[in-house]
Design a protein around this ligand. Structure first.
Ligand SMILES: Cc1cc2nc3c(=O)[nH]c(=O)nc-3n(C[C@H](O)[C@H](O)[C@H](O)COP(=O)(O)OP(=O)(O)OC[C@H]3O[C@@H](n4cnc5c(N)ncnc54)[C@H](O)[C@@H]3O)c2cc1C
Ligand code: FES
Ligand code: FES
Length: 457
């Protein structure tokens, strides 16, 4: 293990920068702005607006190529990018010539006050470098909000973009990304470590009982930014290879807990259609580029979106500790409101989904906006040779399956299933929806499922 250090380096717009003495929970956004790179802005500090978007050069897991991903820099702790390459909007122009994306935004009138513009430009640039024009997805801009221009001119700029332009970032992507660096950074009485193996991560956690694991920081970062919470020691799981694996056998798929949702979407080519239905409904691409499946389950949020999907797919979770690992059904993982079966120092290492996948499955998310929003109620219903599964979020202290309702559904009795929901669910009322509304939604989604699959159940 490297000795504690008070400095590290990163590459910013192609120039090496040394970081010295800054508190570990300094955000990447605050740092780039302190360097005079003020294109990235703070709009919300909680991952909602995309004004802070920057590009990270990352390795595509399982492939020997680099990719550039747009992320919300307000949710990136600065030491999380130690040794990595970051590009801000200022780094997209070359030799005084604007990037095609920047010209396109100007030509289409895609900017008025300009607050959101650098973020949109960064998201568009990443999408232009991801694929050819025929495969681009306008939803790549789903995490960028504009309050004054209106989206049509921004959309026009996006749709006008040609093939990936030649330039230094396109050239850079031809080479692998910089390998992860081990880090034990300390400053201002706080620490941030990046271990390079599972064993190292577990040992670090055992040595520092006050420590907290962090993966994509899309949950923890909101707590840090908005509640001013400071964690004395963070242990990053981003560079632990055992948590980034993806394996598929005839019996199951096993997904490393520290894979981001974007990476899972790229790796899981045989995913059942319900996964493809679910993925774009989870936050925005900017968030999915950082957020992990492990982080989502470990928060045990009753409105987390992965739990209903994975419960309906009969998933199990693998938990690693210094004593070895154990595999438990996901139904046993959630023990109470925001409580899991993880003991202190344990790491959720992977999620195992058995095969065959259900022949019929649907994921319904009820939220105030269809994209980039948190669920009020989420329901996943699946029918397979193992029977019916009904898994819900937002209707109790934990995500849950309703076994009694499943029995009714297996017999095609939707009314019976709805009654079972009525006496099993105990939704809360909050600003997203009343208890009565949540219950009514859960019941009506069962009816919707039946209407869509008439004759199949
Ligand atoms: C704007 C915005 C939109 C969002 N939209 C959605 C949404 O639509 N649906 C949804 O479900 N969530 C949403 N979220 C919440 C969040 O993005 C997810 O919960 C995400 O999956 C968390 O993953 P992470 O890697 O960022 O976790 P982190 O923030 O890094 O960690 C979260 C918690 O999990 C622990 N942890 C992380 N990984 C592990 C592990 N492998 N083992 C043990 N403990 C671990 C950490 O210690 C921490 O307590 C949203 C968040 C934001 C900011
Ligand atoms: S400041 Fe709004 S997403 Fe970062
Ligand atoms: S141009 Fe003003 S917020 Fe988008």
């Amino acid at each position: 293990m490297d000795a504690d250090c008070a400095q590290f380096r990163l590459s910013l717009n192609g120039t090496a920068v040394r970081i010295h003495g800054l508190p570990p929970q300094t955000t990447l956004l605050d740092f780039v702005r302190s360097q005079g790179l003020t294109g990235a802005k703070e709009g919300c500090a909680e991952g909602e607006c995309g004004a802070c978007a920057v590009l990270l050069i990352s390795q595509s897991p399982g492939e020997n190529r680099a990719v550039c991903r747009a992320v919300n820099s307000c949710l990136v702790p600065l030491p999380a990018v130690a040794g990595r390459e970051v590009f801000t909007v200022e780094g997209l122009s070359e030799n005084g010539t604007l990037a095609e994306v920047q010209n396109a935004m100007a030509a289409a009138g895609g900017s008025q006050c300009g607050y959101c513009t650098p973020g949109f430009v960064v998201s568009m640039f990443a999408e232009q470098h991801r694929c050819d024009p025929d495969h681009r997805d306008l939803h790549a801009l789903g995490g960028n909000l504009c309050r004054c221009t209106g989206y049509r001119p921004i959309r026009d700029a996006f749709l006008s973009l040609g093939h990936t332009p030649e330039g230094r970032i396109q050239q850079r992507l031809l080479e692998p990304a910089s390998p992860p660096q081990r880090l034990r950074y300390r400053a201002n009485n706080a620490g941030f470590s990046t271990p390079l193996s599972l064993d190292e991560a577990l040992r670090l956690a055992a040595e520092t009982p006050d420590s907290r694991f962090v993966a994509g920081n899309t949950d923890l970062g909101v707590v840090t930014n908005l509640r001013d919470t400071r964690f004395p020691d963070l242990i990053s799981l981003q560079a632990v290879p055992e948590l980034k694996h993806f394996t598929e056998t005839p019996d199951a798929v096993e997904i490393g807990a520290a894979l981001t949702l974007t990476e899972i979407g790229e790796r899981w080519q045989t995913a059942p259609p319900v996964f493809r239905e679910w993925l774009p409904l989870f936050a925005s691409l900017l968030i999915r580029n950082s957020a992990t499946l492990g982080g989502n389950l470990a928060t045990a949020s009753p409105i987390g979106d992965s739990a209903p999907l994975l419960l309906a797919l009969d998933a199990a979770v693998r938990i690693a500790s210094l004593q070895g690992d154990r595999l438990i059904p996901l139904t046993e993982f959630f023990c109470g409101y925001r409580k899991t079966a993880l003991n202190p120092g344990e790491i959720l290492s992977s999620v195992r989904i058995p095969k065959p996948f259900p022949h019929t499955a649907r994921f319904f998310k009820v939220a105030k906006r269809s994209l980039d929003d948190i669920s009020t109620v989420a329901v996943c219903i699946a029918i397979s040779g193992r029977g019916a599964r009904i898994a819900l979020g937002g209707v109790a202290a934990t995500p849950l399956r309703v076994l009694e309702a499943e029995d009714f559904l297996s017999n095609g009795d939707i009314e019976g299933a709805q009654q079972a929901l009525e006496h099993t669910l105990h939704p809360l009322s909050d600003h997203r929806g009343s208890a009565a509304y949540r219950l009514a939604m859960a019941k009506s989604l069962l009816a919707k499922f039946r209407a869509e699959h008439e004759g199949q159940i």
